[in-house]
Design a protein around this ligand. Sequence first.
Ligand SMILES: Cc1cc2nc3c(=O)[nH]c(=O)nc-3n(C[C@H](O)[C@H](O)[C@H](O)COP(=O)(O)OP(=O)(O)OC[C@H]3O[C@@H](n4cnc5c(N)ncnc54)[C@H](O)[C@@H]3O)c2cc1C
Length: 465
Amino acid sequence: MNKQHVIVIGSSMAGLLTARILSDHFKNVTVLERDSFTDAPESRKGVPQGRHLHGLLATGGELLDHYFPKFRDELVAQGAVSGDMGETMQWYMDGGYRMKFNWGRQGVSMSRPLIEYTVRKRVMSIPNVKIITNVNVKALISTSDHGRVVGVQFEQRQVDNAPQSLNADLVVDCTGRGSATSKWLEAMGFAKPNENKVEINVGYATCTYRRRPDQKLQLYLITPAAPQEKRMGVLFPIEGDRWIVSMGGLLGDHCPEDPQGFLEFARNLPAPDIYNLLKDAEPLSDIISHKYPANLRRHYEQLTRFPEGYLVLGDAVCSFNPIYGQGMTSAIMQADALNGLITKARSLDGLWRPFFKAAAKVVDMPWQLAVTTDFAYPEVKGAKPTGADFINSYVAKVHRASHNDPVVYAAFLSCMNLFAPPSSLFKPNVLFRVLRDHWQRDNTSRVIQTVNNPANQPSAVQPSA
Ligand SMILES: Cc1cc2nc3c(=O)[nH]c(=O)nc-3n(C[C@H](O)[C@H](O)[C@H](O)COP(=O)(O)OP(=O)(O)OC[C@H]3O[C@@H](n4cnc5c(N)ncnc54)[C@H](O)[C@@H]3O)c2cc1C
């Protein structure tokens, strides 16, 4: 198999992980990135979402430790905050706080620029990987019959913008949601992948604040009970003794960018924790916002014809409602799936077929979780998964049971962190506890209603004649 040179387009999370993995299989890896970097964790134009809070799921963290040994320790050494995910999350949902317990898996909380910077430094230290910045990839180069991609055409910004080309045995598109692959495929005479859009109209606003040494290191989450609530707020401790808070809502219930409106939004969240912390906190940044119109999945796995020597990975395949914090982990898991396949493959020819199947399998779970949950709102538009209403009604009971049942909460955390499929929430021991909690609540609320019903109040004592 010819594995002399691979080109990865885009050096965000998907591109960097892909470069790391392919450096084990190819003689040379070239990453082409439109932006430029400094040697510091900074947000950049090509990743505008990087200024907003980014949670890293435990699966993603564990895979990062696998590909970059002691990765999470390196984050912590730079000021990131880590702790057991069951103990450090102060999470309000569905009328109460989820209980705290030792789940046994570590979470790490840092800014998005820090995680990307730390991955990038590790990738740049791999001898056979080269990252070229200020390079805008404009087109693919293919054989005359278009059956094989053999390189890319690009413009080197800040030089002369003159078109240049680079050849490779494999090209991987990691350019994110805005990927031009559909357009490039059509230009080469291939069908573009079917797109599945689930419209949610999410609007975020984010600000960072000074964190005082006396403040408890917790992750605060206030998430909506659908369909009556649409707003959420998340506040995490990050490096540099800061808090980062992102607040927003679905279906147009967006968080304003002006300081007064921002604080008012926090005050109107279903629980007071974030407001209480923000009202006296010192802001360290402007408030910035981001609109996210729709979950978007491109079904490459359904294509029957595709050029050899070409793959697509990361948000370019699937971009999820950011509220669920799945995007980086999905990209890491897709890159991990590629590692498994390329280790076993005897040829790069035909690799696209098993790879897109494997990527679809990775994406299925977070996609199902995200869009099923989104469809708890009747206004959400798109292809509704079968059984979504039934699942949502059951998962609402899971949320309530996790206020006081560690077995149910552990099952939910495993599912949310992509260790276990949503079906695991229906395992008999979880199902029993969820239904028991539901019946107990139902009975308690029936007793309260009975006691509060005036017809059932004892009549006033009549004075004796
Ligand atoms: C508001 C918001 C909040 C989010 N929060 C979370 C979260 O909490 N947790 C989580 O896991 N995920 C979150 N995500 C998703 C996460 O940001 C992405 O899943 C993650 O960045 C992986 O994306 P990617 O690497 O595939 O693409 P991107 O991050 O979009 O990167 C694409 C890269 O390609 C480069 N590029 C683009 N076109 C070209 C070109 N023609 N030539 C050269 N380079 C090019 C860009 O400059 C960029 O570096 C959030 C997303 C949004 C929008």
